[in-house]
Ligand binder design. Structure first.
Ligand code: PPE
Length: 314
């Protein structure tokens, strides 16, 4: 396990050396989970380094903060520019990008409103989230005994630090039992998502994925994969999915910025289809990696060049 690291971190408007990007232990976020973040990937393409779905991620970051009445002290264009600057300062060509907004050191107590809103941007090289083998062979997952948040408890559309304490329970349970990842159900007992990924189920050539009301984070990779699959002519529907459909599916796969498109080969020890990556999953993986790798034209305008001219008036 190597610790993530690069040279510079963007911290409230300035680039600082990685080692200097620290917080006081009295920071609100450390005590109460009051942080909002994104995970974005920059890919090395034939056209140069490009960020996948840049605008969508920055938009979701602002929406996550809006739900929690947190005004980011920078505009979306300034955050975008800061991200580009951070990648360039670190001379990275392919990396994972983690903008993080958090309530800092001010008062203690659950009311966060008087605490400062700090903004950091971290970039580093992050390889295969669920393992290199996982992408080809598929991963083994289990259904977690932990459910996702009930409606009107922890808003799942917000990518907020506090929500991830649930993800850690799901992932720890799975990995300590020898699985690569855990799949959570919602409080109705229907399939929701992985600890850090959305899930797709394929049966008889039809692709299904849980809808937003199944307590999912509506993934940006999920959205792109739905578009790519439909372009290939596969019907994709958002529908509530019962647990047992995972056991009888022909194919199952996970999507996420970190996880990309990863096949699932077993659920609770039951082989999915023939127990290896299936043909539709392979096709979708290929389409996804061709797109983000710049092997095909950027027909949807999903890619943003890192070394484009700096925007005027950002
Ligand atoms: N659900 C959850 C709970 C989730 O954390 C992610 C992303 C997704 C779905 C997929 O969303 P998207 O990346 O927009 O396609 N998880 C991020 C963090 C993972 C981590 O361990 O940290 C990610 O993939 O970047």
């Amino acid at each position: 396990m190597t610790e993530p690291k690069s040279s510079f971190v963007w911290y409230n408007g300035k680039l600082v050396p990685w080692e200097k990007a620290t917080v006081h232990v009295m920071s609100h976020a450390l005590h109460y989970g009051t942080s909002w973040f994104e995970g974005i990937r920059c890919y090395e393409t034939r056209r140069g380094p490009e960020i996948f779905q840049f605008g969508e991620h920055v938009r979701r970051l602002f929406n996550s903060c809006k739900i929690y009445r947190t005004d980011i002290p920078f505009s979306p264009a300034e955050i975008e520019e800061a991200i580009l600057e951070t990648i360039r300062a670190n001379s990275l060509r392919a990396c994972y990008i983690r903008p993080l907004i958090f309530r800092g050191y001010g008062e203690l107590g659950v009311n966060p409103l008087k605490n400062p809103i700090d903004v950091v941007i971290l970039v580093w090289e992050w390889g295969r989230y669920l393992g290199e083998d996982g992408l080809e062979q598929g991963v083994d997952v289990c259904v977690s005994s932990w459910a996702r948040a009930a409606p009107n408890t922890f808003p799942t559309l917000a990518k907020v630090g506090g929500n991830y304490i649930n993800s850690t329970l799901i992932n720890m349970e799975a990995t300590l039992k020898g699985y690569t990842e855990g799949i959570a159900l919602d409080t109705n007992g229907l399939v929701s998502e992985g600890a850090g990924e959305n899930i797709f189920v394929i049966q008889d050539g039809r692709i299904s994925t849980p809808p937003v009301v199944s307590a999912i984070l509506p993934g940006i990779t999920r959205g792109a994969v739905i578009t790519l699959a439909r372009e290939r002519g596969y019907p994709v529907i958002e529908e509530q999915i019962s647990r047992e459909r995972l056991y009888i599916a022909d194919e199952v796969f996970l999507t996420g910025t970190a996880a990309e498109v990863t096949p699932v080969r077993s659920v609770d020890g039951i082989g999915v289809g023939p127990g290896r990556r299936g043909p539709i999953t392979s096709r979708i993986q290929e389409d996804f990696f061709d797109y983000v790798g710049g092997k095909v034209e950027d027909r949807h305008g999903w890619m943003t060049s890192v070394y484009r001219e700096a925007r005027v008036g950002a």
